[in-house]
Write a protein that binds this ligand. Structure first.
Ligand SMILES: C[S@@+](CC[C@H](N)C(=O)[O-])C[C@H]1O[C@@H](n2cnc3c(N)ncnc32)[C@H](O)[C@@H]1O
Length: 262
């Protein structure tokens, strides 16, 4: 399914556990046009493949296997191996692709916000765009938790701004040209079910499908950027915008950099 205009998806419900929860969660259910029901009813209804629930202090997305416990939330902790200082050093391939002199970055395909958060921790000024209202709610919950973190408060940092809607449209109306626009759209997988695919990406693909308009997104990004567009691609995919100015090759993925000629 790739209808991004409406968040309604008959396979998804919002779960509550107590009557107090129910009152708190009605607004979220209304915003996402999702049915709000007790967790036990969701467990008993095989049509419902996914559910949102507040669990362990965060908003989580679950598939049927995780109904009893677990689930996926936006992870706001540094990635393994990442230095816990702020700003974190700009040493990774990702940072090299974004550019050390880059100051402002728009992440036009926020998803689980793992790349946005890595950029934020490296000290870039980040704006996020996400068109799936459901993903945007998960990201907003993650950013609210981030705002409460000690290291963020001590430095008076503000989590990235989150814009909800189609980036192809939003990029046309940015108040200022960012130095860099970052794209990580969903490409079709090489094999139907890859054992290596992360659970978070598998569930995203199951709910949202591939991003079939990624060519149009690339064109919009090149028009809107001040200096560069960076595209993350699986290593088997053709470069989104033709021959890039520069490429940073990782193990299974590539960052293609397109510099804008003035
Ligand atoms: C592969 S995921 C991105 C993962 C992300 N880089 C991360 O670190 O979690 C792609 C996301 O981009 C979003 N997306 C794709 N095209 C978009 C567009 N034109 N406008 C806004 N969001 C878009 C999809 O809804 C999906 O959530």
């Amino acid at each position: 399914m790739t209808d991004h205009s409406s968040p309604r998806d008959a396979r998804i419900a919002l779960a509550y556990q107590t009557d107090d929860d129910k009152l708190d969660q009605q607004k979220l259910a209304d915003r996402l046009a999702l049915p709000l029901m007790p967790l036990a009813d969701i467990v008993g209804n095989a049509e419902l493949q996914f559910c949102l629930i507040y669990r362990d202090g965060c908003l989580k997305l679950l598939d049927r296997q995780a109904l009893k416990k677990g689930g996926l939330a936006v992870d706001i902790e540094p990635r393994s191996g990442e230095q816990h200082s702020w700003p974190a050093p700009k040493k990774s391939l990702f940072a090299q692709a974004i550019g050390k002199k880059t100051r402002t970055v728009v992440d036009a395909t926020t998803g689980w916000a793992q790349d946005s958060l890595a950029l934020f921790r490296m000290g870039y000024a980040v704006t996020c765009i996400e068109r799936s209202p459901l993903m945007a709610e998960l990201v907003a919950d993650g950013f609210a938790r981030l705002a409460g973190k000690d290291w963020v408060r001590r430095r008076s940092l503000t989590p990235p701004q989150l814009l909800v809607g189609d980036a192809i449209e939003i990029l046309r109306h940015l108040p200022e040209q960012p130095d860099c626009i970052y794209l990580d759209p969903m490409f079709p997988p090489k094999r139907k079910k890859s054992a290596l695919a992360k659970k978070s990406m598998t569930i995203l693909r199951d709910i949202l499908g591939d991003d079939l308009d990624r060519d149009a997104l690339f064109v919009a990004a090149m028009e809107a950027t001040g200096k560069r567009v960076v595209v993350k691609s699986p290593d088997y995919a053709e470069p989104l915008g033709g021959k890039p100015t520069q490429s940073f090759q990782g193990k299974l993925l590539r960052y293609d950099v397109y510099l804008k000629s003035c």
